[in-house]
Ligand binder design. Structure first.
Ligand SMILES: Nc1ncnc2c1ncn2[C@@H]1O[C@H](COP(=O)(O)OP(=O)(O)O)[C@@H](O)[C@H]1O
Ligand SMILES: CC(=O)N[C@@H](CCC(=O)OP(=O)(O)O)C(=O)O
Length: 262
């Protein structure tokens, strides 16, 4: 079976142009087929702020009204996506920038209102992995912005970690898939104040202990929930590592590797 690496890059790295360039250089040198999913939450927050729109995050997700949806569509689907695609072209990667609406690749439904109304936020319904595989066969490298669409033709803001996990899981139909979450820390830390306290191997039990103790918190919780979901649904390997350690992680291992208990 073909191997495929799905890589997600977070907003703190995207916001640092030197770090982003180092990461894209490492991404471009990965062997085999690859897909990039990017965030950009930090830049969206900065631009929304300049436009006088306040940001509210609940459990790692942005409450998204219509003006905020316009901002995130422009920032993720436009600015961030096209800057990444252009840089990858100069690194000899024929990248194609996509939102979930492009090629009908990632269909979503509006997140149902329970305790919290997230507004125009999408929960992924269906990934069209056949279409994504077609792009890969054309030697194109898909670069996904975290925007999805509905059957009614609306756009929805979607957490980028969730998007990476859902794409990785559906691509299992065609490939042996590795999923790598890259961000600005060396992995999942046992002590968030100590950058060298990386947990080499994380199981659901150890994750639950750290969550209960509060040592794993904020954006790391939805990231790990998505990561374990991918591992439980056929993705061969899931790694969480520093953006500068992508090449190392893909070869011999770096950061935190997830493992399910028997
Ligand atoms: N135990 C932990 N180890 C590493 N990071 C953690 C931990 N607990 C919370 N975090 C936070 O999680 C953040 C990553 O989640 P998020 O902001 O959603 O990342 P991304 O930029 O990749 O989308 C880190 O910046 C860090 O502040
Ligand atoms: C619904 C929702 O929360 N969407 C995210 C999408 C961007 C994202 O996930 O960016 P990072 O990976 O950089 O955090 C947001 O608007 O912040």
């Amino acid at each position: 079976m073909n191997t495929l690496t799905v890589v997600k890059i977070g907003g703190n790295v995207i916001d640092d142009s030197a770090a982003l360039h180092r990461f894209l250089t490492a991404f471009s040198s990965l062997s085999g087929a690859k897909i990039l999913v990017h965030g950009g939450g930090k830049i969206a927050t900065q631009i929304a702020d300049k436009l006088g729109l306040q940001t509210t995050m609940v459990e790692g997700r942005r409450i998204t009204d219509k003006p905020m949806l316009d901002v995130v569509t422009m920032v993720y689907g436009g600015l961030v996506n096209k800057q990444i695609v252009a840089q990858l072209q100069t690194l000899d990667i024929n990248a194609i920038g996509l939102t979930g609406a492009d090629g009908g690749t990632v269909l979503a439904i509006k997140r149902p209102v329970k305790d919290i109304d997230y507004g125009l936020v999408g929960d992924i319904d269906e990934v069209n992995s056949g279409q994504i595989q077609f792009f890969l066969h054309q030697d194109l490298t898909p670069v996904f912005a975290p925007i999805t669409y509905t059957e009614a033709g609306e756009l929805l803001n979607t957490n980028a970690d969730t998007m990476a996990s859902a794409i990785a899981v559906d691509m299992v139909k065609h490939n042996e898939v590795t999923l790598v979450y890259c961000f600005e820390k060396k992995g999942v830390l046992a002590d968030p104040t100590d950058d060298n306290s990386v947990i080499g191997e994380l199981t659901p039990t150890v994750y639950a202990e750290h969550k209960a103790a509060g040592t794993v918190n904020k954006g790391m919780i939805p990231k790990l929930d998505n990561a374990f979901k991918a591992l439980g649904n056929g993705v061969a390997k899931v790694i969480i590592c520093h953006a500068d350690e992508l090449a190392l992680a893909a070869q011999q291992g770096a950061g935190t590797t997830l493992r399910l208990e028997k």
